[in-house]
Design a protein around this ligand. Structure first.
Ligand SMILES: Cc1cc2nc3c(=O)[nH]c(=O)nc-3n(C[C@H](O)[C@H](O)[C@H](O)COP(=O)(O)OP(=O)(O)OC[C@H]3O[C@@H](n4cnc5c(N)ncnc54)[C@H](O)[C@@H]3O)c2cc1C
Length: 366
């Protein structure tokens, strides 16, 4: 154990850092979780809460496999959090749909899922309008059909973040808000606005903040913000048992709508994006026109150049690890239950070697 310091310091208290820190904490190790604090920009507080499998990993089988591992471990994580924190994160895995509003959309989506199935043995069904209506009776006539994957799920991601933080502190971890790391020295000495923290090993899990931190330990974190906007309606009676990629009914009864993607860090909510999302959803479920919108917001996804995660140990500063992904809800179980033990063991499994950011150097050279 580090004398006067920590065995591990995880930098970033969003979903990625909190899941890893929760997994690292077993009562024996001293683990610190450093964060900027409540004013921080966090994808973890503004996301859509899907635990989504059906579109993940085409072109990178290891990512499809990693997503599947997380999806399979999710129920266990939800039960563990309930046991340790009494917080129900409302995890529900009944399968999810992508609804298509034209034959061309359905064709394109079907081809994509077939390729994913051929690559990674993903279970799926392609359904025409009548078959979709048999499972989702309230769809409108504009729905041409759908793609269904039985592995897709959703949760309450704000409660997930709260539960991971509470579980972490109950397991003996030290949460240190207002500790934005500005410099990483040898050893590791982390300089923050509230003093210096020392740790034997560190995990960079600071979302978009990783871009500035990674070079301090010989790593590269090529992340960019990708804006997404979300609308929530007033509560209504249960009408939807399954999440849809751009629409879901929360455990509290509200309807969340959102799948916009915009290459900007401007967090203002744009009426254009909201109107486009709402129009698509009304074509899918016309009865939602009667509901009032109660809230809308924008948040920034943490995107890598190819959209796949980065997990890597520094070659120049052994003991410094980097963790980046754009699906931190989906991957929370993998981070807590599979990644954290690898960090504790001091090395990433060979099955994660394709996630190194070195793949971007190769692309640049090609
Ligand atoms: C609109 C939208 C919809 C989404 N929908 C889904 C979805 O349905 N399913 C899914 O799986 N994922 C979804 N995501 C993605 C998911 O929210 C993110 O993958 C996840 O929140 C990223 O977590 P993170 O911890 O990496 O980053 P963040 O949540 O951004 O947290 C980073 C943390 O690091 C801290 N930090 C930054 N710099 C420093 C520093 N120097 N020192 C200390 N702390 C620092 C910040 O304070 C912050 O708390 C969505 C994202 C968005 C924006």
């Amino acid at each position: 154990m580090a004398a006067g310091g920590y065995d591990f310091a995880v930098i970033g208290g969003g979903l990625v850092g909190a899941a890893i820190a929760f997994g690292l904490c077993d009562g024996k190790r001293r683990v610190a979780l450093l964060d900027e604090g409540d004013i921080a920009l966090r994808a973890s507080r503004g996301n859509f809460a899907l635990v989504w499998v059906q579109s993940k990993g085409l072109g990178m089988p290891d990512y499809a496999q990693w997503t599947r591992r997380s999806s399979d471990a999710w129920q266990g994580l939800a039960e563990q959090l309930k046991r340790e924190t009494q917080i129900d994160v409302a995890f529900s895995r009944r399968g999810g749909f992508t609804l298509c509003l034209s034959d061309a959309e359905l064709q394109a989506r079907s081809e994509q899922i077939k390729r994913l199935h051929n690559q990674s043995d993903l279970p799926y069904e392609i359904l025409d309008h009548a078959q979709t209506k048999a499972r989702l009776p309230l769809i409108g006539p504009s729905v041409a059909g759908s793609v269904f994957c039985p592995l897709d799920a959703h949760t309450n991601s704000l409660r997930l973040l709260r539960a991971l933080h509470l579980g972490f502190t109950r397991r003996g971890g030290s949460y240190l808000p207002h500790h934005a790391v500005t410099k990483i020295g040898d050893g590791f000495r982390l300089e923050t606005q509230n003093g210096t923290i020392e740790a034997l090993r560190i995990v960079l899990a600071a979302g978009l903040g990783n871009a500035a931190l990674a070079p301090m330990v010989g790593l590269n974190a090529p992340v960019r913000p990708l804006k997404g906007e979300i609308i929530v309606t007033e509560r209504t009676g249960p009408f939807l048992q399954h999440p849809i990629v751009n629409l879901r009914q929360t455990d509290e009864g509200g309807v969340m709508i959102g799948d916009s993607q915009e290459e900007t860090a401007d967090l203002r909510v744009r009426s254009g994006a909201i109107a486009t999302m709402a129009a698509r959803v009304l074509a899918m479920f016309p009865h939602l026109a009667a509901l009032n919108v109660v809230r809308s917001w924008a948040a920034l996804r943490v995107m890598t150049p190819d959209g796949f995660p980065v997990y890597q140990q520094s070659p120049t500063h052994p003991g410094a690890f980097l963790a980046i992904c754009h699906s931190g809800v989906t991957l929370a179980a993998a981070h807590a239950q599979h990644l954290a033990p690898m960090l504790e063991a001091g090395a990433l499994d060979p099955s994660l070697s394709s996630f190194s950011a070195k793949r971007f150097d190769v692309q640049t050279a090609a």
